[in-house]
Write a protein that binds this ligand. Structure first.
Ligand SMILES: Cc1cc2nc3c(=O)[nH]c(=O)nc-3n(C[C@H](O)[C@H](O)[C@H](O)COP(=O)(O)OP(=O)(O)OC[C@H]3O[C@@H](n4cnc5c(N)ncnc54)[C@H](O)[C@@H]3O)c2cc1C
Length: 301
């Protein structure tokens, strides 16, 4: 019998589920929140093949329906530990422990912090423009970051806010050229190069940002600070020797299997270089298919 667990219900996990279910496997998915992951928070996606433009929640909803219609069993639980055991792997949610012959880890990443913003999270500091951008309608904001996520956040905010400053730590953005030129063509966007955000000016609510620009310290009057300075993999619950890199990412082979047989990984949590929806889906397809096939080879008696 084929049976697998998938930890994480973003696009990587849901695609793994679709492929495993179509291969006749029984699939249990552990997802701490609702299905969708990061995709559900993206305003517009313009680089997913076959769609000129699609809203993130729509893509997430369609994929979730596809997987559920195939018979996906979703447990809305956070996995607190993943260990090896007789018969495969033990997935522990704190309250219960489950054993599976094969597991796909698709837990994505969590955003980096600036380091000094904790008191202002939800009081002017945000990590998600689509979620919180509307609170800053017609008000000035700052985005910290220079990659694709920072550009995408800034583009969303440019439609909503009076002015969007983008603090780019180096001399140039590291995002896709087309997205950067779209952003820089906006009248209400200013890119501040060689600029780091070093502190918050506030009285319980954000009133401004301290910035270090070139060799000078300065202050920007903004009502919101959106942090988009990269992310780290969510793998702290994995208690299996030798599968994590020093930076916490999971290394996988061409079948999306880790160095431990039966343990697969897909999407942003892997050390793949391009962290996008299409690559997460591609990983999910491989991990789901090969995990299902592997599970049939495990003697569970
Ligand atoms: C603002 C922004 C804009 C983007 N725009 C684009 C774009 O236009 N085009 C594009 O291709 N890509 C875009 N991306 C990248 C894309 O969203 C990601 O590459 C992709 O969604 C990764 O999917 P994933 O399934 O690997 O991870 P995620 O979507 O992060 O899903 C991981 C899931 O695992 C769950 N989870 C984590 N830990 C646990 C646990 N212990 N127990 C249970 N569940 C757990 C989480 O709750 C989450 O639902 C964007 C990203 C951001 C942040």
């Amino acid at each position: 019998m084929k049976e697998i667990a998938i930890i994480g219900g973003g696009v990587a996990g849901m695609t793994a589920a679709v492929y495993a279910l179509r291969a006749n496997a029984k699939v249990t998915m552990f997802e701490q929140y609702g299905l969708g992951g990061l995709v559900a928070t993206i305003d517009k996606i313009e680089n997913f093949p076959s769609y000129q433009s699609v809203e993130g929640w729509k893509l997430a909803q369609d994929l979730a329906k596809q997987a559920k219609d195939l018979g996906l069993n979703v447990l809305r639980k956070k996995v607190v530990s993943l260990t090896r055991c007789e018969g495969g792997f033990a997935v522990d949610t704190g309250a219960e422990k489950y054993i599976f012959p094969a597991v796909v880890v698709a837990t994505g990443t969590s955003h980096n912090k600036l380091g000094f913003e904790n008191d202002y999270v939800g009081r002017g500091v945000s990590y998600c423009a689509t979620c919180d951008g509307n609170f800053y309608k017609n008000r000035p904001v700052l985005v910290a970051g220079d990659g694709g996520v920072a550009v995408s956040e800034a583009l969303y905010l440019a439609d909503v806010c009076s002015h969007v400053y983008v603090a780019v730590s180096g001399g140039a953005f590291t995002a896709e050229a087309k997205a950067v030129s779209d952003l820089l063509s906006r009248d209400n966007v200013s890119a501040l190069y060689n600029t780091r955000v070093t502190g918050i000016v506030g009285d319980g609510e954000v009133r401004g940002a301290q910035i270090y620009c070139g060799k000078a310290l300065g202050t920007l009057d903004v009502d919101g600070i959106f942090v988009a300075t990269g992310s780290k993999p969510v793998t702290d619950f994995i208690e299996i020797d030798g599968v994590l890199q020093k930076n916490g990412y999971l290394t996988v082979d061409a079948r999306c299997q880790t160095s431990v047989k039966g343990l697969f990984a897909a999407g942003d949590v892997t050390d793949g270089t391009l962290k996008q929806i299409v690559t997460a889906c591609s990983d999910g397809a491989k991990a789901g298919s090969f995990a299902a096939a592997y599970s049939a080879t495990v003697d569970r008696n």
